[in-house]
Design a protein around this ligand. Structure first.
Ligand code: NAD
Ligand code: DAU
Length: 353
């Protein structure tokens, strides 16, 4: 018996694996393609744990996944594997369709074949948990209520459209084939092992390196931030007790504009790594061209998971962001490892000189 964690070498997946092995006895098998975003170093601390296995491979390789499910007697799949960066989806949507839509379809087919052949008790207890995003719901106006699970899907970027398509496929496999699925739609995460193409780690590292802090548009877009281990605890809880076929929104009721986030990061860095002559990291802020189709506001109504499953986040933004900054300051070797030539090429493509 084991959990199969797809995309387990990425940001949230690796946090999930580390937390799982620290709390539970059950083994995990990580299946990860190791794209630019997948990093085996994230899992270095559990490499020698006998309950941990790592397999490099693609969720879109149906026979390979089918053999893996058999070999490890998998009792649940948690699907984190995806292309995840909105800006990259704008430059090149093809990979997003390939992995997030076709890949999820192939994964579902492999799982359906395996699950269908299980004996009754194992079939009954099997779970497929699909990790998705609040971006499938589109963008909110300033005064609109937060997204509930009933909100219409209105994805606006190739990334969110590809995730919405995958959510629909997962739903259809439950409705049509009875596959025991669960879906979570979470807001923006932050924390350790976050790849520095995303707002928070990018700003921390640029600030420390004396580089501009590129704020898109007017900086007033709103995101609803959740510390990554709170997302992991929500996934564990849904896996344990979620109603089959149900979708659970996950969020920390923690809306902030991008400018507020950057201001907070700068003030904590001013305190922990003061610059000379009373200068502030805030002076490095540059307003840059807006993201095309930039969603204005996301906000999650998490009352279903709170009420039904008793889940609540443990971190506030204040505690979570301090932990996050502390982690980046304490792990310069991890940062060096990910800031490769390919990363520099991406930064040049997205932000120019
Ligand atoms: P990430 O980009 O850091 O990690 C994705 C992982 O998937 C990487 O390890 C990558 O190598 C792997 N991968 C990509 N294509 C693959 C394939 N075809 N087969 C196997 N592995 C593959 O992403 P993340 O931020 O950790 O997000 C994980 C999941 O959570 C995604 O599905 C994302 O949509 C969702 N999500 C993310 C956030 C967030 O704020 N980061 C919020 C809500 C939901
Ligand atoms: O809401 C959940 C989603 O959050 C996940 O599904 C995605 O996988 C994840 O990448 C994240 O998407 P966002 O687009 O919200 O995150 P990102 O960190 O790219 O951007 C956060 C906000 O900051 C957004 O309004 C764009 C802005 N931004 C981002 C970057 C990289 C900037 O102003 N400057 C930047 O350089």
């Amino acid at each position: 018996m084991a959990l199969l964690i797809t995309g387990g070498a990425g940001f949230i997946g690796s946090n999930f694996v580390l937390e799982w092995l620290a709390r539970e006895q059950e083994p995990v098998v990580v299946l990860d393609k190791l794209t630019y975003a997948g990093n085996p170093e994230n899992l270095a601390s559990v490499h020698s744990d006998p309950r941990f296995a790592f397999v490099r491979g693609d969720i879109g390789d149906r026979p390979f996944v089918a053999a893996l499910l058999q070999k490890h007697g998998v009792r649940a799949v948690v699907n984190f594997a995806a292309e995840s960066h909105v800006d990259r989806s704008i430059h090149g949507p093809g990979e997003f369709i390939h992995t997030n839509v076709v890949g999820t379809f192939e994964l579902l087919e492999a799982v359906r074949g395996y699950w269908g052949a299980l004996e009754a008790a194992a079939k009954e207890s099997f779970r497929f948990l699909h990790v998705s995003t609040d971006e499938v719901y589109g963008s909110l106006g300033a005064e609109e209520p937060a997204f509930t699970e009933k909100h219409q899907f209105q994805p606006n970027s190739p990334y969110s459209a590809s995730k919405a398509a995958s959510d629909h496929l997962v739903r259809a496999y439950h409705h049509t084939y009875g596959l025991p699925v669960l879906t979570t739609n979470c807001s923006n995460n932050y924390g350790p092992f976050h790849f520095p193409e995303k707002l928070i780690p990018l700003m921390i590292l640029n600030a420390l390196n004396g580089k501009p802090l590129p704020v898109y548009g007017d900086g007033k877009n709103v995101r609803d931030w959740l510390y990554v281990t709170d997302h992991c605890s929500a996934i564990r809880r849904v896996l344990q007790a979620g109603r089959l076929g149900e979708t659970y929104n996950v969020g920390g009721r923690n809306e902030m504009t991008n400018l507020e986030v950057v201001q907070k990061l700068c003030s904590i860095l001013d305190e922990l790594r003061p610059l000379e002559a009373g200068r502030s990291y805030w002076e490095q802020v540059h307003f840059v061209k807006d993201r095309p189709g930039h969603d204005r506001r996301y906000a999650i109504d998490a009352s279903l998971i709170e009420r039904e499953l008793g889940w609540l986040p443990s971190e506030t933004f204040e505690t979570g962001i301090r932990k996050t900054i502390g982690w980046y300051l304490a792990h310069p070797e991890w940062v060096q490892g990910v800031v490769s030539g390919a990363y520099r090429e991406w930064v040049a493509k997205q932000y120019g000189a």
